[in-house]
Design a protein around this ligand. Structure first.
Ligand code: CAA
Length: 378
């Protein structure tokens, strides 16, 4: 087994690292403070051919692999986790079209996303259907050449800016998870309303909103996959999404480590840098250990996906470990920086708020354990 990046991946990594340092990091404080969507950065990412990284060139993508995609998310997240999740969810929206779409759907919708004509979103969650995603109640009823959608989706990343949404709704004929179907909803054709904007603790540059469907008419050819096949489409899509969130958490964890090291070497107490204290060294050692393990897990899951092997369990393990690492690292980095770290405007204060949601979205840590145990006990 080898986890060496190829020369191409290394080139991409250094180019994105440079871009993130110069163009993304300087905006991170303002995005967080004022809750600003990174519109300009997304346009620049599109110019750099990074808004459809793992999709074929014939559909407007960069034709790169999933390892390259994870690399980009990690590098962006090191600089600004909000920007990373905006790109991750945008990229996620194209995945079910690529995997389950007809050739007409791929030709029509993939370039819209990969070339960033529209922003993508993924609408599964509802007020009463979070972890229990199969309990969703939004309905899609066939009426002539259209499905009529009624219901509301909550906590939708990119919800207010999205021009294309992958929507999961109840169609029957089966019960529960077997009665859910997936749809491609183009806002310009099938308008939906944007409801409540969530005022979140962290990840504030990424907008999270409710989206509301009231007799929203979606052309019947926008059904994705089969009637009743939507839950499996959602789960398969989230398998890939969890690698990206793992990469995002890894980026956060790495920056926490970098910030802890920087401060420990600079800060003097009792006449010497606090890095000279074994208590601090042990914290830093544990952080370095876990960030390395998270990196191996994330890129292992991505490379399994690239090889066409099954990776549900590995993606869940990577997301679980990387997100818990990000949260632990953020707490340690704040502890090392003490009062300065706890102050608004300090980088580690933002990282601590941003890290928390990686243990929640695209499946909580408890869901990842359910997925892992389910596969381990098969
Ligand atoms: N791929 C394909 N099919 C899958 C699958 C996968 N990874 N996982 C499960 N399935 C199939 C099962 O095989 C089963 O099919 P059969 O009935 O034919 O055997 C069917 O789906 C139902 O599976 P379960 O019985 O396991 O379903 P469940 O109702 O018990 O739920 C769960 C399992 C793991 C808890 C699931 O509901 C889940 O993942 N919940 C969390 C949802 C989630 O991650 N939400 C995040 C929202 S999106 C987001 O956060 C994006 C963002 O904005 C940042």
């Amino acid at each position: 087994m080898s986890f060496e990046f190829t020369e191409e991946q290394e080139l991409l990594q250094s180019a994105v690292r440079e871009f993130a340092k110069n163009e993304v990091e300087p905006l991170a404080v303002k995005l967080d403070r004022d809750g600003i969507f990174p519109a300009e950065t997304m346009r620049k990412l599109a110019e750099l051919d990074l808004t459809g990284i793992p999709y074929p060139i014939e559909y407007g993508g960069a034709g790169a692999d999933y390892v390259s995609y994870a690399l980009v998310i990690e590098e962006l997240a090191k600089a600004c986790a909000s920007t990373a999740v905006v790109l991750a969810v945008h990229t996620l929206a194209a995945a079910p079209i690529m995997q389950f779409g007809t050739s007409e759907q791929k030709k029509k919708f993939l370039p819209m996303l990969t070339e960033y004509k529209v922003l993508g979103a993924f609408a599964l969650t509802e007020a009463g259907a979070g972890t229990d995603a199969g309990a969703l109640t939004t309905t899609a009823t066939l009426d002539g050449d259209y499905y009529v959608i009624n219901g509301a989706k909550t906590f939708i990343t990119n919800g207010d800016e999205a021009g294309l949404v992958i929507l999961m709704a109840k169609t029957g004929p089966g019960e529960g998870t077997k009665g859910i179907s997936a749809f491609i909803v183009e806002k310009s054709v099938s308008d939906f309303a944007v409801g409540q904007h969530e005022d979140k603790m962290g990840m504030r540059g990424s907008h999270t909103t409710e989206i509301i469907f009231k007799n929203c008419r979606v052309p019947k050819e926008n059904l994705l996959g089969t009637i009743g096949g939507g839950f499996k489409i959602a789960m398969a899509t989230l398998d890939g999404g969890r690698i990206a969130i793992g990469a995002q958490a890894l980026g956060i964890a790495q920056t926490c480590l970098d910030e802890a090291v920087r401060y420990a070497k600079e800060r003097k107490q009792f006449g010497r840098p606090i890095a000279a204290n074994q208590a601090i060294q042990w914290m830093i050692a544990d952080m370095a250990k876990d960030v390395m393990a998270a990196r191996l897990l994330v890129y292992n899951a991505a490379s399994l996906r690239d090889k066409g092997k099954s990776y549900s369990m590995e993606a869940a393990i990577a997301k679980l470990f990387a997100s818990e690492t990000a949260m632990h690292h953020a707490v340690k980095a704040v502890q090392i920086q003490g009062g300065y770290g706890y102050t608004k405007g300090s980088k580690v204060e933002r990282l601590m708020r941003d890290a928390k949601v990686t243990e929640i979205y695209e499946g909580t840590s408890e869901v990842q354990r359910m997925v892992i145990a389910g596969i381990a006990l098969r």
